[in-house]
Design a protein around this ligand. Structure first.
Ligand code: ADP
Ligand code: ZN
Length: 297
């Protein structure tokens, strides 16, 4: 049986076909342009591939209420052309298969929880630190949607005294997590892209400080059993030990958990599925869509 997966991103759409072993077999990428152009192109790629259902992990904000008339629509977004536009409905209807959608980060969290770094646990958070910062959340074995969906990238942080641009760059909140620590904030602060900065550059100490504040907030708010950090900026592997050390410093032994106090190397970790968390999560969503549909048939 074959399942369709879509990782809908602000710059590109990554489409693939996967199987029941959760293997991704075939993949393509289509630039994200106006929905009137991009959606038909995606439908064309899937057509004739024999998929039985579709799973979508998408950029937000997105309507995730399954009983809403605008389920699977992108809501208000600065992304040109995408405000209040349906994403899931035309694909589901044109391809004639059941479909499920979640945020890109919830999809990745789902995959890491079921098959990756948080396998066997009931609570985890998956964070991507890239063009933006977003986090998917599993609490007591359920993906969290809540009122809309979590927007952990916009949590407010305290400014670091060593930050030359402490006001931050988020168009909505300036110095929120994303405005202080996403890839574009690094670039604006230091005038160079993250991957152009040497490992001993002061940028990384500051970056680790902000990401440690984030970890502390997550730990205090959700008590996750694992914190998984992915995305382009986290390709800087030397950040991991710095973030762990600073998280311990900030917590100051307040949280009495063995894993945090004695084994933080296995608590704040890289994605177990590497760069495949998002697509694998979309595949799991597709499988749920198919199973739900079979149950209701
Ligand atoms: P996106 O978030 O757009 O899906 P990425 O997760 O690759 O894609 O994030 C892109 C951001 O991460 C850019 O701001 C880029 O400069 C930064 N980035 C990508 N690779 C690296 C790297 N190896 N080191 C530091 N920053 C990186
Ligand atoms: Zn913000």
């Amino acid at each position: 049986m074959l399942f369709g997966t879509l990782e809908a991103g602000g710059t590109k759409m990554v489409l693939s076909v996967g199987n029941e072993k959760n293997e991704l077999l075939e993949q393509t990428s289509i630039p994200t342009e106006a929905p009137e152009k991009t959606i038909p192109a995606m439908i064309d790629w899937f057509r004739g591939k024999g998929i039985v259902s579709l799973g979508i992990g998408t950029f937000g904000p997105v309507d995730l209420k399954t009983d809403s008339p605008t389920y699977g629509w992108i809501t208000k977004t600065p992304k040109p052309g995408w405000s209040d536009k349906p994403l899931l409905p035309p694909m589901r209807d044109e391809l004639g298969v059941p479909a499920l959608i979640d945020t890109d980060v919830n999809a990745a969290a789902l995959a890491e929880w079921r098959l990756g770094a948080a396998r066997g646990l009931n609570n985890c958070v998956y964070v991507t630190v890239g063009t933006g910062i977003g986090a998917g959340l599993v609490i007591e074995g359920k993906l969290v949607h809540g009122l809309v969906h979590p927007e952990l990238g916009h949590m407010l942080l305290r400014q670091e005294a060593k930050d030359p641009t402490p006001d931050g760059f988020c168009p909505y909140h300036k110095g929120c997590l994303e405005g202080l620590a996403a890839g574009p904030a690094i670039e604006k602060r230091w005038g160079k892209k993250g991957y152009e900065l040497p490992e001993d550059h002061e940028a990384w100490d500051l970056e680790a400080s902000y990401l440690a504040q984030m970890c502390v907030n997550m730990i205090c708010a959700f008590s996750p059993e694992k914190i998984i950090l992915g995305g382009g900026v986290m390709q800087q592997k030397h950040l991991f030990p710095m973030i762990r050390r600073k998280t311990l410093e900030l917590l100051n032994e307040y949280i009495q958990s063995e894993v945090i106090l004695t084994d933080i190397d296995h608590y704040i970790v890289e994605p177990g599925l590497g760069t495949k968390s998002g697509a694998t999560g979309a595949l799991l969503l597709a499988r749920f869509a198919w199973e739900e549909n079979k149950k209701n048939a």
